[in-house]
Design a protein around this ligand. Structure first.
Ligand code: ADP
Ligand code: MN
Ligand code: MN
Ligand code: MN
Ligand code: MN
Length: 365
C-alpha cells in the first residue's frame, strides 16, 4: 500500500510546474496554524494580489474548525490571525508561509492557542531580554510507523555507534535532515545546527538563540517545515517523546535559557538564582512541559537514558542525568545560560518559554 502511494506522484514532473513563473504582483500565501490537538499543524493557501511585507497587511481568514478539533459543526468558523511571515522554501519566489493564531467566533483564543498569553508574558519581561535555544529531537519513521532503516523483524544493534555518526548502517535518513536544514535557513528561521542522535533514526536540530516570542514562532514553523520535507521523502517525522520502549533514548526539547544579567560578567550567580526559583515549582513546570498536563513525559523522564526521573528536581554542571544542566563552559566563564532538560519533544514551546520567564524573571509562579 505505502509503495503504491509513493508511486502515485512524480517529483521530476512536478518540478516543471514549480518552475513556472507567476505574475509579479501575485503571491501564494500558505497560512499555517496549530490544530485542536495542540501538537499537529494544519495549513491552507490563498492567492494574494500583492506581496506582503508585514503580518498586519494580511487578511484575517477562517477555516472549518469542526474538522480540526477546534469548533462545533454548528458554529464551525475559526479565525486565522496572521502573526509572522516566512519565505516559502517549497514554492519559492515571492510566496510566503504565514504563521497564524486561532480565534473563536466570539474573538476568544482557541484552547490550543498558547501564543497570545506567551506574548503578553514576553512583553512584561522585555527588559530582561530573555533568550532561548531549543533542541528539537525527533524520530524518522517509515509510513508503516516502523523506525526508518530498522530491520522490519527486529532491532538494530544497541545504542553506542549512532550519536553524531557517519556511515551506512549507522545513519538513517540524512537526506531529510539536510533538506530541512536548508529549508529553515531559506525561510528565515534561526536554526542553529543539527546532529544525529543516540537512537538510530533519531535526530536533533537546534533553533536559537531567539529572544522572547520568536522562540515559539520559529520552532513551530521549523516543525511545519520538518513534516513537509519528510512528506516529500514519503517519511514520517515523529515527535513522540518515547517512541520505542526499552533500552532506547527518548526524545526531548531541551530549553537553553538566559537573561541579560546571566550573560553578563558573574552571571553565574543569576543562573543559580534562576535554578533556585525553578526548584520550587518542579511539578507545575512538568505540567507545561508535555501534552496532556505532562503525562506524555512519564515514559521518558525515568532517570536513565540521559534523563532525571520526573519526581525529583536536580541540577549540576555538565551532568546529563539532571533536570537542569549548567554547561561546563558556563561554569568556566562564570556566565552564560542554563539548560532545562525536562521538556518533551512534543511540548508546546510557547508554554515552555512562558513558564520559564514567569518563574525566573517575573516571580509569578
Ligand atoms: P547540548 O550540548 O545540550 O546538546 P546544543 O548545542 O544542542 O546543546 O544546543 C545549545 C543551544 O543553546 C543552541 O540552540 C544555542 O543557540 C543555545 N544557546 C547558546 N547560548 C545561549 C544563551 N546565552 N541563552 C540561551 N540559549 C543559548
Ligand atoms: Mn470546504
Ligand atoms: Mn543538543
Ligand atoms: Mn540531544
Ligand atoms: Mn541538550
Amino acid at each position: 500500500m505505502t509503495t503504491v502511494l509513493a508511486e502515485l506522484t512524480n517529483k521530476t514532473v512536478l518540478d516543471r510546474y514549480f518552475r513556472l513563473g507567476i505574475p509579479d504582483q501575485k503571491c501564494q500565501a500558505m497560512y499555517v496554524w496549530i490544530d485542536g490537538t495542540g501538537e499537529n499543524l494544519r495549513s491552507k493557501t490563498r492567492t494574494l494580489n500583492f506581496v506582503p511585507s508585514r503580518p498586519s497587511e494580511l487578511p484575517i481568514w477562517n477555516f472549518d474548525g469542526s474538522s480540526t478539533g477546534q469548533a462545533e459543526g454548528s458554529n464551525s468558523d475559526v479565525y486565522l490571525h496572521p502573526v509572522v511571515i516566512y519565505r516559502d522554501p517549497f514554492r519559492l519566489g515571492n510566496n510566503k508561509l504565514v504563521l497564524c493564531e486561532t480565534y473563536k467566533y466570539n474573538k476568544q483564543p482557541t484552547e490550543t492557542n498558547n501564543r497570545w498569553h506567551c506574548l503578553a508574558t514576553m512583553k512584561k519581561a522585555e527588559k530582561f531580554h530573555p533568550w532561548f535555544g531549543m533542541e528539537q529531537e525527533y524520530t524518522l519513521l517509515d509510513t508503516d510507523t516502523h523506525p526508518l532503516g530498522w530491520p522490519k523483524n527486529g532491532y538494530p544493534g544497541p545504542q553506542g555507534p549512532y550519536h553524531c555518526a557517519v556511515g551506512a548502517g549507522k545513519v538513517y535518513g540524512r537526506d531529510i535532515i539536510e533538506a530541512h536544514y536548508k529549508a529553515c535557513l531559506y525561510s528565515g528561521i534561526e536554526i542553529a545546527g543539527t546532529n544525529a542522535e543516540t537512537m538510530p533514526a533519531q535526530w536533533e536540530y537546534q533553533v536559537g538563540p531567539c529572544e522572547g516570542i520568536t522562540m515559539g514562532d520559529d520552532l513551530w514553523m521549523s516543525r511545519y517545515l520538518l513534516h513537509h520535507v519528510a512528506e516529500d521523502f514519503n517519511v514520517v517525522a515523529c515527535l513522540d517523546p518515547k517512541p520505542i520502549l526499552g533500552d532506547w533514548n527518548g526524545a526531548g526539547l531541551h530549553c537553553n535559557f538566559s537573561t541579560e544579567a546571566m550573560r553578563e560578567a558573574n552571571g553565574l550567580a543569576e543562573i543559580e538564582k534562576g535554578i533556585e526559583a525553578l526548584s520550587k515549582h518542579h511539578h507545575q513546570h512538568l505540567k507545561e512541559y508535555a501534552p496532556h498536563e505532562g503525562k506524555d513525559n512519564e515514559k521518558r523522564l525515568i532517570g536513565t537514558h540521559e534523563t532525571s526521573d520526573m519526581y525529583t528536581f536536580t541540577y549540576g554542571v555538565a551532568d546529563r542525568g539532571v533536570s537542569i544542566r549548567i554547561p561546563r563552559m558556563v561554569e568556566q566563564d562564570q556566565k552564560g545560560y542554563f539548560e532545562d532538560r525536562r521538556p518533551a519533544s512534543n511540548a508546546d514551546p510557547y508554554k515552555v518559554t512562558e513558564i520559564l520567564v514567569r518563574t525566573v524573571c517575573l516571580n509569578e509562579k
